[in-house]
Each structure stands twice: as structure tokens, then as C-alpha cells.
Design a protein around this ligand. Structure first.
Ligand code: BGC
Length: 539
């Protein structure tokens, strides 16, 4: 008899992205920590998600807020200690929630012991652990590579009288993956956390591990990155042929996958930050390839126009049905502010939540998205993100999507912290707090819970096909179908009533929707209507 293998836990799953500094502060220092997170695991469970992606918690000087790691084996004391981490893992697993860690392997902090040794000891064992290169005869940087965060990708070390490479901040030197000892040690790091029991990793910038050793200049390009925070950033005017997505990169990911496969049910999702995203996704995620899923940038773009969802979703569904989607994260403007319309924020937030819950593959929900939080506009003297500081444009940096969670209506800490929070919580977020939304049956939070729980239970969302019926500035409609049934996901972003008469007549079995109805074969959408309908007849 033919037995069908159960689908892996992550297929069709929803991972809740926790930005640990801003989730909940239990020790009263104004910064979120693991104890605060543990106290609120019930909240995350109540949302109906599969698990969580925990932003970096490793020891770090916090120049890039944890994306600059100074030890892969220690937790940053601001978050807690190993005992706290073990408690977190046990608590989540007891509640059937998976935990994936954010693993930043492409670079370390400048304060990592490896870099210190590498810089101070050019003949020592770590000399070649980072990417060092001599200046050009005129003293300038070895080539034209740029940092994502502004300026050249090279900084000069007075001590070594050489330049070192950094794809991101100068405080984040790139590890030299051409050195086998580096690769070996990083696999030890992966193994250490797998042994601890984590369910997988979100691999930060996982196509940036290797550089071309000939240090060839990148040619000029006319774009290619699907998502750019700051359109004036010169980084996006180069074709990144030599500083990332090198052929050896995949070989390393394959060795990581072989290690991960020695453990049961673990999962790798890679952030592929690339101007050749399509090709690299295909290369890394097609059957038999190293990643289970690739985190896609298409829905994080600055503008939404006709086809903004349909085109990437259909394209990547064909390339890799396990693609991971997100509308918001800790690097981009929150979706309700990034893609404005004439509706109230709450209606818009429910619309995007509906669409997120219907997408194929895997979806990521960023903390606060379930509350419909807007982007915070912070005065310049309160901003902390160095990305903003380093740009010549007016780009304000990423602080606006990183402000702390408003747990209750108390000021100034909103139940996030008894102290002054590390980033201020804007006035409107106080009103969108968790307690207030819990009590309101029509809140974004309660609507999100219904939708997310539906996603978790509905087999059709793990295996079904996707078809788009409409995708323009006014409305997005798509269906997910198996041979037995069709689910119709609808979001109107219009302040006018929309009637769609050319849809095949269908009988609605059940719905989680607001403002939607079927009348005489027409779908009627009130202004800002949204939700999912289960149809009896397959469309
Ligand atoms: C992370 C950013 C981080 C960068 C450098 C990214 O892709 O999402 O927050 O600044 O990697 O590590």
C-alpha cells in the first residue's frame, strides 16, 4: 500500500518574527529580553502561528543591533543567559511552537576575538579569517565594491596597513569563507545550536558568504534588487557579480544542509539579498538543493501597483513552491504605512493579514503586524539605526519599524518596559495596545487570530494551487484550490463598493470576512472589505 509522507511542519506554516529588543522587557532596562519573551509565549501561541523566528540574540556590541556578533556561543547579557534560552525553547516546544534562530554567518562584529586576532596578528592563526587586501598604488580601496549601508565596502586598518571587506557596516567585517578553517568553525556553530534543540535557522544574507578572490570590479547596472529601502543608495547601481552569490556559496550551503539533515525535522530558510534573486532562489531551493525555503523580498517593495503580488507570487510558486513571503520585517517600513490608501489603517491591516494568510509556501508575520501597527516617525535625535546615519539622502533608517510592542495603554512604556524604552513608542501605538485589542471583538488582533488559526488548520493552504482573479490598487483577489474545494481570499483597498459579476457562481460554505457577500453570482465588496470564503464548488 502506498503511504504518503506527512508534510514537513514548515510547509504552509506561519512564523512570527520576534525582534527581541522590542518585544518585552522583563528586567527593566528599557530593552526587550528573553524573560519578557517567555512571559508572553501564550500571546504568540494565541495567534495561531507555527513558531517563531527569533532575531539575533548572540553577544554583540549592538552597532547593528545583534547583526554584529562577537560570540556565536554566548548570549548577549542584555537578553539573558543560556538558562533563559533553554527555558524559552522548552516553553515553546511544550506549546507546540517551533523556534528558528537568526544566524548571521557572513560577517562578525569587529569586536569578535577572531577579528581582533586577525587584525593584530598578521602572522597568527586567524590572519586569513577575514578578507584583507592591499591598497591600490595610490592608497585607495582595492576595488569598487560598495557597502549596503553606504560608502565603500572596504575600510583601512592602520594596524595591518591593509583594507578589510565589509558588505555592511565597517564594524561588520566579512569572514573569509575561502579559508576552510572558517567554514569548519561555522559548521561547528550550526551544530552547537542544532544540538541545543533549535528547529532551524533563518540564514542572514546567505548569498553573501563568498567573494570573488580576484576582487574584480562590479559593473554598473540598472537595478535588479526587488526591494530597496533607499532608492538613492548607489549600492543598487552596481551589478553584484563579484561581491556575492559566488558559485562556492552553494557548496557551503550544501555542507550545512548535510549537517542539518543529520537531525530530525530541522529547517533552513535563507535570506537571499540579491540582484539575481530569481536565479539564486532556483539554484538554492529546487528539489535536492540546500535550502528548504528562500525568504522573498518582492512584497517588501516600496510601492504596490497592478500585479505587485500576482507576478512574484506566481513566478516563485513555479520556481519554488516553498518560497517564504512577508509584508513587513525589521528592515522595511511597516506595510500599512508603506502602501497607503484612503481606508483606515485597521481596514488596510486586515486586508494585508487576509492576503498573507492565503499565500502559498511559508509566511512570516512581523511582531506588531497583528495589531496593525503603523511606521513610527521618530525625531532625528531619537533614531539609533546606523544605516540611516551613513546615507547622504534623507533616508531615516529602520528605527520606525522597530519600536517596542504596546502591551497596554500605560505611558510611557506601554507595558513594554518599566523604564524608558530604548526607542520611543508613538502615541498612536498606545491606542493600538494588546489589552485594548483583546477586548474588542472587531479589532485587527482578533481578526488576525481567526485568520491565522484558519491558515494553520486548512490543508488546502499547504498543498493547494493558487490563481489570481484580480490584483490592482483597488483590490486583490486570489483563490487556493484542491480538487475538493476552493478558498477565496479577498481584500479591497478601495473606499468605494466593488461588484465583480464575472466570477462563476459559487456557494459559500463558511467565511471569515467583513463586508463581503455573494449575490446572484456576483461578489460584492463593501469599501475595505476583506476575508476568506470557503466555496463549495471549485472555481
Ligand atoms: C538583516 C539586517 C542586517 C543585515 C546585516 C540583513 O539582511 O535583515 O537587519 O542589518 O542583514 O547583517
Amino acid at each position: 500500500m502506498k503511504t504518503t509522507k506527512p508534510l514537513p511542519w514548515w510547509q504552509g506554516g506561519t512564523l512570527y518574527q520576534v525582534y527581541p529588543r522590542s518585544f518585552k522587557d522583563a528586567n527593566g532596562d528599557g530593552v526587550g529580553d528573553l524573560k519578557g519573551l517567555i512571559e508572553n509565549i501564550d500571546y504568540i501561541q494565541s495567534l495561531g502561528v507555527t513558531g517563531l523566528w527569533l532575531g539575533p540574540i548572540f553577544e554583540s556590541p549592538m552597532v547593528d543591533f545583534g547583526y554584529d556578533v562577537s560570540s556565536y556561543y554566548q548570549l548577549d547579557p542584555s537578553f539573558g543567559d543560556m538558562q533563559d534560552f533553554e527555558t524559552l525553547l522548552e516553553t515553546c516546544h511544550a506549546k507546540n511552537l517551533k523556534v528558528i534562530l537568526d544566524l548571521v554567518l557572513s560577517h562578525t562584529s569587529q569586536e569578535h576575538q577572531w577579528f581582533q586576532d586577525s587584525e593584530n596578528n598578521p602572522d597568527g592563526p586567524y590572519a586569513d579569517w577575514y578578507v584583507w587586501a592591499d591598497p591600490k598604488p595610490d592608497g585607495s580601496a582595492p576595488n569598487n565594491w560598495l557597502s549596503v549601508f553606504g560608502g565603500p565596502a572596504w575600510s583601512f586598518s592602520e594596524k595591518r596597513q591593509q583594507y578589510y571587506l565589509h558588505n555592511f557596516l565597517k564594524q561588520q567585517p566579512d569572514l573569509n569563507f575561502h579559508n576552510s578553517k572558517v567554514r569548519e568553525e561555522l559548521l561547528n556553530v550550526v551544530d552547537y545550536w542544532l544540538k541545543k534543540g533549535v528547529d532551524g535557522f533563518r540564514l542572514d544574507a546567505c548569498n553573501c558568504y563568498f567573494h570573488n578572490p580576484n576582487l574584480t570590479d562590479n559593473p554598473v547596472s540598472h537595478g535588479g534588487h526587488t526591494h530597496v529601502q533607499d532608492e538613492t543608495n548607489p549600492y543598487f547601481n552596481q551589478a553584484h557579480l563579484f561581491d556575492k552569490s559566488q558559485p562556492e556559496n552553494k557548496d557551503f550551503l550544501v555542507s550545512m544542509r548535510q549537517l542539518v539533515d543529520q537531525y530530525d525535522d530541522r529547517f533552513l530558510v535563507g535570506e537571499i539579498f540579491c540582484d539575481r534573486e530569481e536565479e539564486t532562489t532556483r539554484n538554492y531551493t529546487r528539489k535536492g538543493h540546500p535550502l528548504h525555503s528562500a525568504y522573498n523580498f518582492s512584497l517588501l517593495q516600496n510601492h504596490r501597483t497592478e500585479g505587485s503580488l500576482r507576478e512574484p507570487v506566481l513566478k516563485y510558486f513555479a520556481i519554488s513552491p516553498t518560497t517564504a513571503w512577508a509584508f513587513s520585517n525589521h528592515d522595511v517600513t511597516r506595510v500599512v504605512s508603506r502602501w497607503p490608501d484612503r481606508l483606515s489603517t485597521a481596514l488596510r491591516a486586515k486586508g494585508y493579514m487576509t492576503l498573507l494568510c492565503g499565500l502559498p509556501g511559508l509566511v512570516f508575520l512581523y511582531q506588531g503586524e497583528e495589531l496593525g501597527l503603523t511606521e513610527a516617525l521618530l525625531p532625528a535625535d531619537k533614531r539609533q539605526d546606523p544605516f540611516g546615519e551613513n546615507m547622504e539622502s534623507n533616508y531615516p533608517g529602520r528605527d520606525g519599524c522597530r519600536t517596542p510592542m504596546p502591551w497596554n495603554g500605560q505611558t510611557p512604556g506601554a507595558g513594554f518596559s518599566a523604564a524608558v524604552p530604548w526607542l520611543p513608542i508613538p502615541e498612536e501605538h498606545h491606542q493600538q495596545n494588546v489589552i485594548a485589542q483583546n477586548e474588542n471583538p472587531t479589532s485587527v488582533l482578533n481578526f488576525s487570530r481567526r485568520l491565522l488559526t484558519f491558515r494553520k488548520q486548512e490543508e488546502c493552504l499547504r498543498t493547494g494551487n493558487i490563481q489570481f482573479w484580480r490584483d490592482d490598487e483597488q483590490a486583490v483577489i486570489f483563490s487556493r484550490s484542491t480538487s475538493e474545494k476552493t478558498l477565496l481570499f479577498v481584500a479591497s483597498f478601495s473606499d468605494a463598493l466593488i461588484e465583480i459579476g464575472d466570477m462563476p457562481a459559487a456557494l459559500v460554505m463558511q467565511d471569515i470576512s467583513e463586508g463581503l457577500s455573494f449575490e446572484n453570482g456576483s461578489l460584492i465588496m463593501d469599501p475595505g472589505a476583506h476575508g476568506v470564503m470557503t466555496l463549495k464548488e471549485s472555481l
